[in-house]
Design a protein around this ligand. Structure first.
Ligand code: URA
Length: 304
């Protein structure tokens, strides 16, 4: 199976920083940490973007199956800074990293999120923040786009019609909903169920990245284009994104975590899209079978 290592192609920080600059930078980062901000990004220049990995994907942003997301503002993908000598990682450990119990660690992230007002979604009619649900030590994690009306009311991801289909997909894999972890790219309902804006995704997804780093799943399934493109920080059609695994390490995860090397990420259609176009269910099932094989789950025999 073809594998990619796109998430390891981060541009390196300069090896040695001027001590005065380093001190000023450390003070600034401490200031941000005190405000609950732990993830830092820089927009790479055109030379930073590997042409075979991201450049071609950006260039071929053709619409496919109604599962598209608006193109990135530029080829400048929001790239997590994860060099070996990453100053940010050294001086900005996240509070949950000192806790071994994943339930407690997730609680810390939830508390950090607070009554979030970091993006405009907080003032556009959300009833509550929809954090995530499921097994805090799950091998398998599903990531959707954002809460809809039912999720906004109940405070739990994927509880409406799309959620029922997701439950059936999980069952078809031989699992129970309680065995997996389910979350979204944005934690507040976009008004009228519109697609979340890039800025909303970029503001909210660091919290999801922290949830992923705590749960440490073996496989993440990105449901739909918004989840796939945000998690992979690349712009491509669903047709290009599906059918393979990507090596994935969430931005900000410790690169020296002895218990976790990152995980694999697969892309499939969003259940809401499958409700609109049930003919694609067979394709989604192929994606899930690929995931089942990776997880060592029994797949149904062909023609059985
Ligand atoms: N669609 C999503 O992307 N997430 C939900 O939680 C519900 C519907």
């Amino acid at each position: 199976m073809e594998r990619s290592s796109i998430c390891y192609s981060y541009p390196a920080m300069p090896r040695t920083l001027d001590p005065e600059f380093r001190q000023a930078l450390a003070a600034r980062i401490r200031f941000y940490n005190e405000m609950g901000i732990y993830d830092f990004y820089r927009r790479p220049s055109a030379e930073d973007v590997a042409p075979d990995e991201i450049g071609t994907a950006v260039a071929t942003n053709h619409t496919q199956s109604g599962e598209e997301m608006s193109p990135r503002r530029s080829a400048a993908v929001a790239t997590p800074v994860l060099a070996e000598d990453n100053i940010f990682e050294v001086i900005a450990p996240k509070p949950e990293q000192s806790v071994s119990d994943p339930v407690k660690a997730l609680k810390i992230i939830r508390e950090d999120l607070g009554d979030c007002t970091r993006c405009v979604l907080h003032k556009q009619g959300r009833k509550q923040i929809v954090f995530g649900v499921g097994n805090p030590k799950a091998d398998l994690m599903f990531v959707g786009e954002g809460p809809g009306a039912d999720e906004d009311t109940q405070g739990e991801p994927f509880v409406g019609r799309a959620g029922q289909l997701l439950n059936n997909m999980i069952k078809a894999m031989g699992l129970e909903r309680e065995q997996v972890y389910i979350a979204n790219i944005v934690k507040c309902r976009p008004p009228g169920n519109r697609t979340p804006e890039r800025e909303e995704c970029e503001t909210c997804s660091p919290f999801l990245m922290r949830q992923i780093a705590v749960v440490k799943p073996k496989v993440i399934v990105a449901l739909g284009a918004v989840a796939a493109k945000t998690l992979l920080a690349m712009n491509a059609s669903m047709m290009q994104l599906r059918g393979r695994f990507y090596e994935f390490r969430p931005a900000g995860a410790r690169s020296n975590d002895p218990n976790w090397d990152g995980c694999k990420l697969a892309v499939t259609y969003h259940p809401a899209f499958l409700l609109r176009d049930p003919r694609q269910k067979g394709e989604a099932w192929k994606d899930l079978q690929m995931v089942m094989t990776e997880l060592g789950l029994k797949t149904p025999k062909a023609n059985a």
